[in-house]
Ligand binder design. Structure first.
Ligand code: ZN
Length: 163
């Protein structure tokens, strides 16, 4: 590797370290929803949505206290557009993994916006039933946002009890 390329050497992502106590400063009951929504609005303003003119931003708190975020990214080939949650989940894993404990998603007006069906599945995979979501009707756990969800447990069931 030449000297010029050295700056591009990827540092391995730090190993994920959950907060030592779930009731600690990063517990869901300590979520600063205003700050989380402000982050989501910041990302919404960076959205690339020239076709729908429907910018979306999302921000989430990870169980180690990190904040990850994303914006929607559209494409001239409409079907390959990415929801904001896709970017957020990618940042989650790219920066060390972990579990989402609280998520705020906003539209152009900065108000809470419900994630689409696919993204509820993304949030379920990366946050589980107790992950909290700010909705137009207030804060709800994912178990109410995606009831009777399909998830990793379903696969374990088949693995443990093959037909
Ligand atoms: Zn979506």
């Amino acid at each position: 590797m030449s000297d010029e390329q050295e700056g591009y050497a990827a540092e391995p992502a730090p190993r994920h370290t959950p907060a030592p106590c779930p009731e600690g400063p990063h517990g869901a009951e300590h979520v600063d929803w205003d700050a989380l929504r402000a982050k989501a609005i910041e990302l919404m303003e960076r959205a690339y949505a020239p076709y729908s003119n429907f910018p979306v931003g999302v921000a989430g708190i990870v169980d180690d206290g990190r904040v990850v975020a994303g914006c929607n990214v559209e494409n001239a080939a409409y079907g390959v557009g990415l929801c904001a949650e896709c970017g957020m989940v990618s940042e989650l894993h790219a920066t060390g993994g972990g579990k989402l404990i609280a998520v705020s998603c906003v539209g152009a007006d900065g108000q809470p916006l419900m994630p689409c069906g696919r993204c509820r599945q993304l949030l379920w995979e990366n946050g589980g039933p107790s992950c909290l979501l700010m909705t137009p009707e207030g804060v709800l756990p994912m178990s109410e946002v995606l009831p009777q969800a399909f998830g990793p447990d379903n696969l374990d069931l088949v693995r443990d009890h093959p037909a």
